[in-house]
Structures are given as C-alpha cells and as structure tokens.
Design a binder for this molecule. Structure first.
Ligand SMILES: *Cc1c(COP(=O)(O)O)cnc(C)c1O
Length: 232
C-alpha cells in the first residue's frame, strides 16, 4: 500500500476514535484539534497529511522544523512547536510559528516577548506543566504554574492561550489520567480567577482518548498516523 493511502486510512480511524471518545463524554468533536506530529518523518509525509485535511503540524526540533517549513512551503499549514525551546533559537521560527506549546519559564517567555515586539506580532503560547514530577521531563512544576501563567500573561506581545502536558509514557493509557486531570483542574482554577485558557494540549497516540475524556482541545499524534518512528 502507498504511504499516502496508509495515512488516509489511519486518519479515518483516528477521527472515528476521536468522535466516539467525544460522544462518550458529551463533547463536540469540533472542539478537538488534531495535530499531526511529524518529527523524523519526511516532508512528503507532511504533504500527504495536509492533503488528507490535517493542517496542524507539530515538530520538536527547531532545526528540523525550519528545514521542513522551508521545503514544504504551504500557507495552509499551522506549524506548532512542541519540543524544548532554547531562547537563542526563537528567532528562527518567530515570524511564522502558529503556537509554541512548551513555555515553561518566565525567562523563556520574556525572550519570546522580546522577539514578538521586535517583529511586531503577537505570539500565541501554551505553558508546559510537568504533571508527572519526572525529572527527565520539561515543564513548570505544578506548584509554580499558577504564578508563571499570570506572570507570562503580563508580558507584551505574548498571548497565553492555555496549558500543555505529557502523560507518564506507561503502557496503560489510564495511567495518564491523573496528569490530564491535574492539567484540567489547573485550567479551571485559573479560569475561576479570570485567566482565560481555552486550550488544553494533551494526549498522544497511546492516551488520546483519556485526554479527550479529561478535556483536551489539542491532541498531538504521530505514531498512530505515520507508523513507528523506530528505524531499523
Ligand atoms: C513525539 C511527540 C508526540 C507524538 O507522540 P506519538 O506517541 O508518536 O503520538 C506528542 N507530543 C510530543 C511533545 C512529542 O514529542
């Protein structure tokens, strides 16, 4: 089977699973945006998934993202940055990035704000929260997240649109539920104080249905669309 038809098949399946997961909890599937995570996959995979109707593309590495952005050159695409962002790399993506999911410090937010002012655009960001307390993970500590969100919201040129997290990478998707619930509760608590945070970016191939169940509005999915990243 051609790679492109495999992608179409996989997407059909994922859209069905998103729809059923939404139905089970009385949510509208239109509230949920599917981001195709294309790290390590080719430019052609990006073109295929866009042709199949998914225009939100997520990448983890600035270098790879820049290259693919330059090569694919498709104005329909909304590019999402979902990896760890170093301040000195912001300039390479600042002009065209749609949403940065991984702001986890005030320093990084200040640098993004500086670039936003310099180029005269507003940058939409999410605050990444470490909900598993694993040392290996990035993201602001859950205890510090509320004040970080409020501090970032004060910066010029920066629009804090919501929160992002990753589950614990365990085989049972239910093991991600505490993380996702924690993120939703943080959003609700901040919103009760008047901070608007419409986006919850959570859920990957292994746990996206649980994420929908807990209120995800953006899913970041790679493997289920493109197949395993492990190269032989
Ligand atoms: C790779 C990655 C994903 C997608 O993971 P899959 O398991 O392939 O769906 C989502 N979010 C982040 C931050 C990632 O690095």
């Amino acid at each position: 089977m051609f790679k492109s038809s495999m992608i179409v098949e996989n997407l059909k399946n994922i859209h069905q699973r998103i729809a059923s997961a939404c139905l089970r909890v009385g949510r509208n599937p239109e509230e949920v945006t599917l981001i195709a995570v294309t790290k390590t996959y080719s430019e052609q995979s990006i073109r295929d998934v866009v042709d199949a109707g998914v225009i939100d593309i997520g990448e983890n590495y600035v270098q790879e993202l820049r290259q693919k952005h330059a090569e694919v050159r498709d104005d329909r695409i909304r590019w999402h940055f979902i990896g760890h962002l170093q301040s000195n790399k912001i300039k390479y993506i600042a002009d065209w990035i749609h949403l940065i999911h991984t702001v986890d410090s005030l320093t990084l937010g200040q640098q993004i704000s500086k670039w936003a002012e310099k180029i005269g655009r507003t940058m939409d960001i999410l605050v990444e929260v470490n909900t598993t307390k694993e040392e290996s993970k990035f993201g602001a500590a859950i205890e510090l997240a509320p004040s970080l969100v409020k501090d970032l919201a004060m910066l010029r040129g920066l629009n804090v649109k919501g929160l992002m997290t990753m589950g614990p990478f365990l085989p049972d998707p239910e093991d991600s539920r505490p993380s996702f619930r924690m993120l939703r509760e943080l959003k609700e608590s901040l919103e009760s104080e008047g901070v608007r945070l419409p986006i919850l970016s959570m859920g990957m191939t292994n746990d996206f249905e649980v994420a929908i169940n807990e209120g995800a509005t953006m899913l970041r999915i790679g493997t289920a669309i493109f197949g395993s990243r492990i190269k032989t």
